[in-house]
Design a protein around this ligand. Structure first.
Ligand SMILES: NC(=O)c1ccc[n+]([C@@H]2O[C@H](COP(=O)([O-])OP(=O)(O)OC[C@H]3O[C@@H](n4cnc5c(N)ncnc54)[C@H](OP(=O)(O)O)[C@@H]3O)[C@@H](O)[C@H]2O)c1
Length: 254
């Protein structure tokens, strides 16, 4: 008697515009091997436009979850059926769960990863913070700082209401003196642009400062190197990266 075998696959993936190298793919493929989940697969989905998402979901009926990267963390929101409270607060989504009925739920695990890694490192309360960059990662950082009641100021290349520029920080030295926690949420220093760094006066940084760089490749960015050279405490984005990935898995597995 012929017997039909059905191969049951479980698929996950990362959507973004350009995905030459992906930490997520390596991380989850390693996890599937470790857990002996031989029917689990992780794909890279390059989308020219986020409007291609419904077709992608339709073409991959075994898809259970997605990670979302640049430039779609905000643009994906109108295509989702719902957001959890944190993603709603941050206004950006880096994890999507494809529910059993094919509806799409959005989450932000950058919030969780940044918060836990920050609390593992310092006891926030005494410091005020400067946040460099105004993209999706900076939004998650600011939401965490609000959650922890840490006063902060955002810093951008463009002057806007309640946002400083790097030139403002140079013109008034008190900003760097009064804000001891300095967070880089820009891609400055990231491979291959390893010789770039936020344009601040590093002579104003000292042992009382804490420099957190969300960049994780290289592990020691020029920003951190300069801060370390001035006696500051430093932390890169590696722990956050792992925490946010692990949280994605928790969400997909729930
Ligand atoms: N460790 C982790 O788990 C983790 C998680 C998420 C993101 N990240 C890292 O965090 C960084 C930012 O991520 P993102 O998604 O927010 O990126 P993004 O949207 O591409 O950029 C963030 C912001 O950086 C500023 N910026 C961009 N290019 C700049 C330049 N040449 N000079 C100065 N400022 C510049 C811009 O702010 P203005 O226009 O206002 O200046 C921009 O909005 C990336 O390196 C990413 O890899 C790490």
């Amino acid at each position: 008697m012929d017997q039909a075998f059905e191969i049951i696959m479980v698929e996950f993936g990362l959507i973004g515009k350009k995905l030459s190298h992906s930490f997520s793919k390596e991380y989850f493929e390693g996890k599937f091997i470790f857990l002996n989940l031989t029917d689990h697969f992780y794909h890279l989905f390059e989308l020219n436009e986020i409007s291609g998402l419904p077709e992608l979901i339709q073409n991959h009926p075994a898809l259970k979850g997605l990670n979302v990267t640049i430039p779609y963390k905000e643009d994906i929101i109108p295509l989702l059926n719902g957001l959890d409270d944190i993603a709603e607060k941050v206004g950006a989504v880096n994890v999507v769960k494809v529910e059993a009925d094919k509806t799409l739920s959005g989450f932000n695990t950058d919030f969780y990863g940044f918060k836990k890694s920050l609390l593992d490192w310092i006891a926030p309360g005494e410091q005020k913070a400067l946040v460099f960059g105004t993209g999706g990662a900076a939004r998650a950082v600011c939401a965490v700082l609000e959650d922890l009641h840490v006063p902060y100021i955002r810093v951008s290349r463009k002057k806007r209401d309640d946002i400083l520029t790097y030139a403002d920080l140079k013109a008034d030295k008190s900003f760097l003196k009064d804000h001891k926690l300095i967070i880089n949420a820009t891609p400055l220093g990231m491979f291959p642009e390893v010789n770039t760094l936020p344009d601040i006066d590093y002579a104003l940084v000292g042992p009382e400062h804490f420099l957190y760089d969300l960049v994780y490749n290289p592990d020691l960015t020029l920003f951190l190197k300069k801060g370390f050279g001035r006696g500051a405490s430093i932390k890169n984005g590696f722990e956050m990266l792992h925490l946010q990935a692990e949280k994605s898995w928790e969400i997909w597995s729930a």
